[in-house]
Design a protein around this ligand. Structure first.
Ligand code: CA
Length: 225
């Protein structure tokens, strides 16, 4: 699940990013209104966290402009002011919910989960590919009765594969959707995480994750020889 955070206070932005990353979300950060709007238009996000007071273009303007352009993902507006008028203006501009700063991270997480559930009915339904089952509430995998413990990155990677069964996923797509835009492309963390994931998921079973040399990876059920 990919989330865009548009927030100009770097401390707040990195606090949100750190917390959401630990929850297995892939997080991109923009620090101005125009940058946020641009990223929201060129990438696909499941949710937008949008600060109200931003340089360049404020949250209300960004929100109005994105909605006018057909942007569908839920928007959680952040505001430092608790004035009722801001809340009304924010929600009128197309935001789905708002949060008054300062807030506890758990509160933000609860709002985000609620918005994702509302936006995508399938958001928390378990995913199944062949005999592999992924519970998106407990974040545990299970294959043929065997419990599969997952780290938060492994979970995010497996969920990404399972949501795109049969589709070739390039390294760049995986980097963006599971790690985020600031991913260091020289790093071998994708290969390492993938290798751990394959060990856990495909060990002693029919392989589901396949390498397509020169292209990327695909999750699919292949018939036996
Ligand atoms: Ca701000």
């Amino acid at each position: 699940m990919r989330i865009l955070v548009v927030e100009d206070e770097s401390k707040v932005a990195s606090f949100i990013k750190k917390g959401l990353t630990e929850e297995s979300y892939s997080v991109d950060v923009a620090s101005t209104g125009p940058d946020g709007e641009y990223l929201a238009q060129i990438n696909s996000y499941e949710l937008l966290v949008l600060d109200l007071m931003l340089p360049g273009k404020d949250g209300i303007e960004v929100c109005l402009s994105l909605r006018a352009g057909g942007f569908k993902a839920p928007i959680l507006m952040l505001t430092a002011k608790s004035a009722l008028q801001d809340k009304i203006t924010g929600l009128d501009s197309g935001a789905d919910d708002y949060l008054v700063k300062p807030f506890a991270f758990e509160e933000m997480l609860a709002r985000i989960r609620a918005l994702l559930r509302r936006g995508h009915v399938e958001g928390t339904a378990p995913l199944r590919v062949d005999d592999l089952l992924l519970d998106r509430v407990t974040r545990r995998g299970r294959r043929g009765g065997r419990e599969i413990p997952l780290t938060s990155r492994e979970y995010a990677l497996l969920e990404y594969f399972m949501r795109h069964v049969g589709q070739v996923l390039t390294r760049a797509m995986i980097a963006e959707n599971v790690w985020g835009l600031d991913f260091d492309s020289e790093s071998n963390v994708i290969e390492v995480t993938l290798s751990h994931l394959r060990n856990k998921v495909d060990r002693g079973a029919r392989p589901l994750i396949h390498t397509l040399r020169g292209f990327g990876y695909v999750m699919r059920v292949e018939d036996g020889p």
